[in-house]
Ligand binder design. Structure first.
Ligand code: NFS
Ligand code: SF4
Length: 647
């Protein structure tokens, strides 16, 4: 069976098989058949009278022991996924905001304000008075305003990071629906409370609360992304490489895996200073840090650190036999890494108090002595390197060039080199004249139910041919980076004629001496808000709402609860979302119908399920063409209804 889109990865899967090491693909086969009740969302474990399983076909067992219907059970299960995803993202954001507060109070020697311009821009965005405010006190005010989004008591208010970051028309719509959030943590606990046994039994009411929680997720992600930029710098275009071929025989290879840049930035800093120790241990190249999952995206964007792999193939990094240490923080870390690393010389090290793995070395980062702890961790990697078994070494040859670092600011700066007065105009003009038909944001995970990266790559190739520009984040961005879709050559190979013309023009005008890549890497999953910032800037410039833009999102291999949370706020902001797998809702025709159809009448956005990537691309193309018609984009520019972009 070919499990992996990437052929060189396939040979590593076979290596693991010959060494009798089970990986995610084998564990999936052993788990089959998966529970049909769970897959449809009609298993309820919320109270101890159950668990109850609804019979999806007959009258018998049509409600739970308490009388809860399939609709109620499915809706409750779904919004609990949203709440979990929201808590994961927003806790990450809260930790970053607290760190900025520590900087402002002079309580940390490790972190500082790296991007003063971004700090001032954020203050301006959040309507904070900046005149006469020195940098460090201003950092304190921005941190306080962000932390207020987690603690506000007045339910009538709206989170700063929601209120000030979306178009006015969208905000008004959300207000009317009563689904704005005043308090991120409050929206999460609201979900947990209303889904307790015997509370909310109205599926639609439950789903609306789920959308509110999803907007809390959006707000927390804004905090995480923006305040990380203040502390660590706003990404700018950077060239690097991706795929497991970035591991080196002549280096101490250290993978950093997880999500929170507060940890990975320390490791990166300290590793630079310890190169000599690695060389002394015999690794002539020194230390080679590589990234996995969203931490990989964060350090790729900010430091050009190569990306080894995305979610599904994380175990394969160890199977190469070349990985000396894997340092993990939170989220999307397979517990199986403990067993797999035990079969090799690889040191697996957990670093967060809320994300330990039984039996695995735990060295906590995040307190005052973090630098010393980071040194200890890297020394462990160097020691492990000395035990590497060259006979088991199998580093794939394949690695691909990637140009990453396309924050909204970087894109606007780049366009500004063409028109400094009105930086967005080169992009907008080309959308209006149809040389760029529209924009698709690819986000989300890998899922073992899909051949890894296959949906991303297949869809992108078709969309690019149709002159659609692609933005990507998270493990989706990882898929494109590994499969050579994030470099100038990809523009030559895959972009349709007019898209190629525009990307070539923009790339040369911006001084890159080559076309822009056709898939722009915007960062990790929390960085999905970067693409929203860009879309909001375009919408505001055109005087329209987000739902009117020729913009579609897609999570073709979604897996995590975080992906469900993101997908839910994407549709709430008015953007149609394609998913390549049905979320566990099919046990309720009511919930399925609301998500795939009724939502369109409520928030404009909706979920579209399509498992076949070719068909999915076709459906996205027709949505984009429909949106263009709605804006009257392809008729004469003189037409009365046409948006006056060139005025
Ligand atoms: Ni996003 Fe990043 Fe990847 Fe999915 Fe997991 S790493 S936060 S959840 S699997 S894209
Ligand atoms: Fe069953 Fe109702 Fe309890 Fe759920 S809450 S387990 S449906 S009795």
């Amino acid at each position: 069976m070919n499990d992996c889109y990437n052929c060189s990865d396939q040979s590593l899967i076979e290596k693991a098989e010959s060494e009798e090491i089970d990986l995610v693909w084998q564990r999936y086969e052993k788990m089959k058949p998966l529970c049909g009740f769970g897959e449809q969302g009609i298993c309820c474990r919320i109270c101890m009278k159950g668990p109850c399983r609804i019979n999806p076909f007959g009258r018998k067992r049509s409600v739970g022991i308490c009388g809860a219907s399939a609709d109620t059970i499915v809706a409750r299960n779904l919004v609990r996924m949203i709440a979990s995803g929201t808590s994961a993202h927003s806790l990450h954001g809260k930790e970053v905001a607290k760190t900025l507060m520590h900087v402002a109070r002079g309580e940390t020697a490790i972190y500082s304000v790296k991007d003063a311009i971004k700090l001032r821009n954020i203050a301006h965005k959040l309507n904070i008075e900046t005149d006469g405010n020195d940098l460090i006190p201003l950092a304190g005010v921005v941190a306080a305003n962000s932390l207020m989004d987690y603690s506000r008591m007045d339910d009538e208010e709206i989170c700063n990071w929601l209120k000030y970051t979306i178009p006015d028309a969208r905000l008004e719509k959300l207000k009317k629906l009563g689904i704005t959030t005043s308090n991120i943590d409050g929206s999460i606990s609201d979900i947990m409370a209303r889904t307790h046994v015997g509370t909310d039994a109205d599926a639609v009411n439950i789903l609306l609360a789920g959308l509110r929680c999803a907007l809390a997720d959006y707000s927390g992600m804004q905090v995480a992304t923006n305040l990380s930029d203040v502390l660590f710098g706003t990404p700018q275009p950077v060239v690097s490489q991706a795929s497991l071929g970035v591991l080196r025989k002549d280096a101490v290879n250290i993978a950093i895996h997880g999500h929170n840049p507060l940890l990975s930035e320390i490791i990166v800093d300290v590793a630079y200073k310890m190169q000599a120790e690695a060389v002394a241990a015999g690794a002539t190249y020194g230390i080679n840090i590589v990234g996995v999952c969203c931490t990989g995206n964060e350090v790729l964007l900010r430091h050009g650190i190569p990306l080894a792999t995305n979610y599904l193939s994380q175990e394969l990094a160890i199977i190469t036999g070349a990985l000396d240490a894997m340092i993990v923080d939170v989220q999307c870390i397979m517990p199986s890494l403990a067993k797999v690393s035990a079969c090799y010389h690889t040191e697996l090290i957990t670093t967060m108090p809320d994300a330990k793995i039984a039996g695995v070395t735990h060295i906590e980062l995040g307190s005052g002595d973090s630098l010393k702890k980071a040194e200890l961790i890297i020394r462990k990697a160097i020691d492990a390197y000395k035990n590497r078994d060259d006979d088991r070494l199998s580093i794939p040859a394949e690695k691909n060039k990637v140009i990453a670092g396309f924050s909204a600011e970087a894109i606007i700066d780049l366009l500004g080199s063409i028109n400094s007065e009105d930086p967005l105009s080169p992009l907008i003009e080309n959308i209006v004249n149809g040389k760029i038909r529209g924009i698709v944001l690819f986000a989300g995970c890998n899922n073992v139910k899909v051949k890894q990266d296959h949906n991303f790559v297949t869809m992108a190739q078709k969309l690019l041919k149709h002159n659609i520009l692609i933005l990507a984040t998270g493990c989706g961005a990882g898929a494109f980076a590994k499969n050579a879709l994030m470099n100038s050559e990809a523009t030559e190979d895959y972009a349709g004629d007019t898209l190629k013309e525009v990307l070539t023009f923009l790339g040369f005008e911006a001084g890159l001496n080559a076309p822009l890549p056709p898939v722009l890497h915007m960062g990790s999953c929390v960085d999905n808000v970067r693409s929203i910032d860009l879309a909001v800037a375009i919408a505001n410039r055109l005087g329209v709402d987000l739902n009117q833009l020729p913009l579609v999102a897609s999570a073709p291999e979604l897996m995590s609860e975080k992906a469900i949370a993101i997908g839910s706020w994407v549709v709430t902001l008015g953007i149609p979302l394609h998913v390549g797998l049905a979320p566990p809702v099919t046990g309720s025709s009511l919930v399925t119908n609301v998500l795939t159809s009724e939502l369109k009448n409520i928030v404009d956005g909706y979920f579209m399920v399509e498992e076949d990537p070719e068909e999915a691309a076709d459906k996205i193309i027709s949505i984009i063409e429909e949106k263009r018609l709605g804006l009257n984009l392809d008729s004469s520019l003189d037409s009365a209804n046409n948006i006056e972009v060139l005025s």
